[in-house]
Write a protein that binds this ligand. Structure first.
Ligand code: K7E
Ligand code: CUA
Length: 763
């Protein structure tokens, strides 16, 4: 401990004085390295395109589905460095997600039939949009297994809401956003009865099982989905798959594909041919074309039926009102993507080499002219492919998903079977380039590639198999996100990134400049509701209340101290601990846990968090801060004492330490030395225009806050010294140093921040 503090002070002094040792530069040349590591010129080019030097940042930020992990993975492009995992459908301990009361409420929104579901099969993240462009405010993501949708706020990258689909038993097509985020679209995957907990035998599949599409109303001001204003359309039991919202001229319409429109029900154990055979027998399935704007009006006019308390427009109504049409599409399609200008819809038929490009104008013309080719078994009008197709292009085997370039008419489609990306022209209908990926690509993604203004530059191939690409880690392999440079005519593969957290079906990326996340909360915020936390405290307001067998702690966290330092309970008490992080400095997060009580909180600057448990075991349980927040982090501790019923104290004094005069004097000297450091840092800060830098101002405020706490302590330790009470003298002097260290740490960080951001001298 002694040596540590000596070292700390040396470091502080060195940093404060701006002394730094220069590392000796490596003598190895670039040529040497190329040879030693067996790298080609091509490798070097790829490295130059992806390497983000230390201290520099990425151009785009990607939000990837975390697949079966039920989370979202955030990474930078082109470096492919992982920045964060965000807990969404699954508890995530680092963020306290599912271990503190506020986030438990979010997860509880995802309960189904009163039961917790602690995982999710996330597939499709989607950004909120303004006029068809990604606006960087919100992210939505679906859970295919348990039909749910989550809302993430990109101001703090936290999950704020989970909603359960009221009529679906599984979904796939979500989350697709309308151009101004009025609605988030979700579609059924596997048909089932729409009424909850209702059994019908598979023999009644055609009559009683249904598909559907839900339009979740998003309230941007509240940052939440409003289930009451949301509605669905009943659809035939044709495994509806992915969807996309129209944009520009096609705004107000949505498109989704389907497979197994054969409505085949397997049963190989009863001697019937299996699902795969029955579900791909026909040459075509159906694209669904829906006028959602009109549908929303019809719901307002009271034309919907309530199913499970939710507004559902039945097929009959949709047909009668002329808002639902089908168009044949090559069999077992997967992706459906509207072009950035909103004039065309691209569908890829997994079991067909073609992508089909439909013209929105032609679709509208056919509807207007009443050119109905046939009706499906439910009476839905079917338009003909011939009347509505713009072009078909043969790209290769297993086309799945399509994304767009910043260059007009240029699209990229993944070829699952061929393990390739095809670059092609959807206006002219011709292939432009192809590149091999490793292996079996599912989705692909270009920067802001499903908006009205794709940014081009990079493409990420999300490959299902990585086989031999990475160091082996057992039979379960990571997947491979491969980065491809698309800024030139020829595509170039430039990076392999293993994804170690489930199968990420899809990812979206946004220009990093569009994201404006905060670095601190307004003091006392409940981050999950974005409202003031009722149990927040300011410094000095901390208290513990006991009512009957309920103990409620209103505590605080600040370097390097938890208030209170002890919590005393009797066995069986219900303990609620609210903690407010009083810090304002950037990245000064404290964590909190109590030994063996399975609670954890991440308390970022300004946040208030609650943990709750029943003290059902007698004993002594340390609690501590779980983030290495400061030099005295390990000392950020306390005890929960759970006493047996009716326990009485017999000893009332704590053990005394043996401090000498020499030790006291050494501490006083240390305090004086540290003050010199602080004075020099303060001298620098006040010599520049630090007030123009809000982050620096916040740190300086925090620093003064800390040093302000030393008031009166000098008199105190000197009074004890006069009485030769060396223990109290030494410890009160030491407490001054504690505050000084925190003050100096903040000051030095403010200084560094100012230097790095070009602060100027003022007179
Ligand atoms: Cu795997 Cu979009 Cu769910 Cu295609 S999906 S690959
Ligand atoms: Cu706070 Cu460690």
């Amino acid at each position: 401990m002694k040596r540590f503090t000596q070292r700390t002070i040396t470091l502080l002094i060195a940093a404060g004085m701006g002394l730094a040792t220069t590392a000796a530069w490596s003598a190895e040349s670039l040529q040497d390295v190329l040879k030693r590591r067996n790298l080609s010129q091509q490798d070097l080019l790829a490295a130059a395109k992806t390497y983000v030097p230390t201290g520099k940042r990425d151009e785009f930020i990607a939000f990837s589905s975390g697949g079966q992990s039920g989370q979202v993975i955030v990474y930078g492009i082109p470096s492919m460095r992982i920045l964060k995992y965000i807990g969404v459908f699954t508890p995530e301990p680092w963020q306290g997600y599912g271990y503190d009361e506020e986030s438990k409420k979010v997860l509880a929104g995802g309960r189904i039939d009163g039961k917790d579901i602690t995982w999710g099969d996330t597939h499709h993240p989607g950004f909120s949009e303004t006029n068809g462009e990604a606006d960087g405010q919100f992210l939505f993501i679906n859970d295919k297994a348990n039909p749910r949708l989550a809302v993430l706020d990109l101001r703090d990258f936290e999950t704020k809401q989970i909603v359960v689909n009221p009529i679906m038993k599984s979904e796939h097509g979500g989350a697709f956003v309308t151009p101004n985020t009025d609605y988030v679209i979700e579609t059924v995957q596997y048909a089932a009865p729409l009424e909850n907990k209702k059994f019908y035998p598979l023999e009644e599949f055609n009559e009683k099982y249904r598909g559907g599409i839900t339009y979740w109303k998003f309230d941007r001001k509240e940052g939440k989905i409003d289930p009451k204003q949301s509605f669905s359309l009943e659809l035939p039991p044709y495994s509806q798959d992915l969807a996309d919202a129209g944009k520009g001229p096609s705004d107000g319409w949505s498109f989704n594909n389907s497979f197994c429109s054969e409505r085949y029900v397997g049963g190989i154990e009863k001697g019937r041919p299996p699902y795969e055979a029955g579900c791909s027998a026909k040459d075509t399935d159906y694209m669904h074309v829906i006028n959602w704007k009109r549908a929303a009006e019809l719901v307002k006019e009271g034309k919907a039926k309530k199913i499970n308390g939710h507004d559902v427009l039945m097929m009959d109504t949709a047909i009668k009102e002329g808002i639902l049409f089908l168009i044949p599409e090559p069999k077992s399609p997967h992706g459906v993507d509207v072009t950035p200008d909103g004039t065309k819809i691209v569908v890829a038929g997994k079991l067909d080499t073609h992508v089909s490009v439909y013209s929105f104008d032609k679709i509208m013309a056919a509807i207007k002219a009443g050119k109905i080719e046939s009706k499906d078994p439910y009476g839905i009008p079917v338009l003909s492919m011939k009347d509505t197709l713009h072009t078909q292009v043969s790209l290769g085997l297993g086309p799945l998903h399509t994304q767009f370039d910043s260059k007009p008419c240029v699209a990229y489609t993944s070829l699952y079977v061929d393990s390739q990306v095809a670059k092609w022209d959807f206006c002219e209908g011709k292939v432009l380039d192809k590149i091999s990926v490793h292996y079996n690509i599912g989705h692909l993604m270009t920067m802001e590639g499903d908006t009205t203004k794709p940014a081009g530059r990079y493409l990420v191939a999300l490959n299902k198999l990585s086989i031999d690409r990475f160091n082996p880690v057992g039979p379960l392999h990571p997947q491979n996100h491969q980065l491809i440079d698309i800024s030139n005519d020829k595509m170039q593969l430039i990076y392999d990134m293993p994804i170690p957290l489930g199968e990420p079906h899809y990812v979206v990326a946004i220009d990093a400049k569009k994201l404006k996340p905060g670095v601190r909360y307004k003091l006392g915020t409940d981050s999950r509701t974005d409202k003031p936390h009722p149990a927040a405290v300011r410094a000095g307001e901390e208290r513990t209340e006991k009512k009957g067998n309920k103990i409620e702690v209103f505590g605080s966290l600040i370097r390097s101290h938890i208030t209170p330092e002890t919590i005393e309970a009797e066995i069986g008490d219900e303990v609620t601990i609210h903690l407010t992080n009083l810090e304002r400095a950037q990245d000064e997060t404290h964590g909190f846990t109590v030994s063996t009580y399975n609670v954890h909180a991440s308390v970022e600057p300004g946040k208030t968090v609650t943990v709750k448990f029943k003290a059902d075991k007698e004993g002594v349980y340390p609690y501590y801060c779980t983030e290495f927040c400061s030099a005295l982090h390990l000392e950020m501790q306390g005890y929960l004492l759970v006493k047996p019923k009716g326990w009485k104290a017999t000893k009332t004094t704590l053990a005394a330490g043996n401090y000498t005069e020499a030790e006291y004097k050494a501490i006083v000297k240390k305090v004086a030395d540290t003050q010199t450091v602080i004075d020099s840092v303060v001298g620098y800060i006040t010599s520049v225009n630090y007030k123009d830098f809000p982050d620096a101002v916040a740190m300086v405020e925090d620093a003064f806050d800390q040093i302000g706490k030393t008031k009166g302590l000098k008199e105190k330790h000197e009074a004890f010294a006069a009485k030769k009470d060396w223990e109290n003298a030494a410890l009160w002097a030491e407490q001054i140093w504690q505050y000084q260290v925190k003050c100096a740490d903040l000051g030095i960080r403010a200084k560094t921040h100012l230097e790095q951001n070009g602060a100027k001298k003022v007179k």
